[in-house]
Design a protein around this ligand. Sequence first.
Ligand code: TA6
Length: 315
Amino acid sequence: MIYTLTLNPALDNIIEVDDKLSPGKNNQINRITKDVGGKGTHVSIALTILGEKNRCLGIGGSNNYQELKEKLNDFEVDTEFILIPNQTVRNNYILIDDSTQSSILLTEAGEPIEKQEINALMDQILNALSKEDYIIVAGNPCKYTSEENFDYLFKKIVQTGAKICVDLHGKYLDIALKYPLYFAKPNQFEFSHFVNKEMKEPTDVIDYLRNNKLDKVSILSVSLGKLGSVIKTDYGLFLFEALKVNTVNDTGSGDAYFAGMIYGLANNKNIIECGKLATAIGAAKAEERLSSGFNLDRVNALINKVQFREVSEII
Ligand code: TA6
């Protein structure tokens, strides 16, 4: 079974404005749509669209959790959250306009997680996991969560023996990378932070990975937006070029890409098939107005357009 874990869930408020967003002018709102937010939740939606059974877990505020749960249920996602009384699931804001530029993402901090809810999560759900299962820790906890508490949670997750896949950044990614991981998907900025070296181009990532084993992570994908992604396995390095599509809202594309990789790996597809599927899903998501979901027909139309190369052909 695949379990996604969202430690800082959100409701996304997608704000569409007329014309091009510009400072100093009256940017008139055309429409506001409330959608599922958070990374693990998006991965669960994507896996469910792909027909992959999974459970969407999380820790969140009880005040408005029902709204989030109903939106997840609209996608037929099976959810089980540890609820914290008198706390509220945060609101995030995504500004999109008529340009094909990237969306603007504004995120509330949310609430730090404490040992009490970590123990509840483990006792009620995660202690039952085994090495046959996948646990997807996607999205950081609230930035006020202590490194001690995150490490406390991560150690317990490692003890389950499940295959651990992460989409984390900053100090929490640094903690996760102390442990053996099955799959990790930092973007180029998150990877630059981890390696303490600026990664501008795919070749920067490839050079680094050719000279630094990073063998604690079985499969690593570094996403570089419109420059595509570099995937490292223990038998080779691959560059997947991004697809050129009509971008409506790129928020959630990283989560969709991540879900494509998880789906491929969990279904024993080879890394080329995984990379092509992930790239096609990320592109199909960018064509959608909401931050959740994508059109499966578009994925099937895009998948064989994905260009990829073994790294030896690049250098
Ligand atoms: O990746 C897209 C997204 O999950 C948005 O839905 C938005 O909620 C944001 O990222 C949350 O990111 P964060 O890192 O704050 O959990």
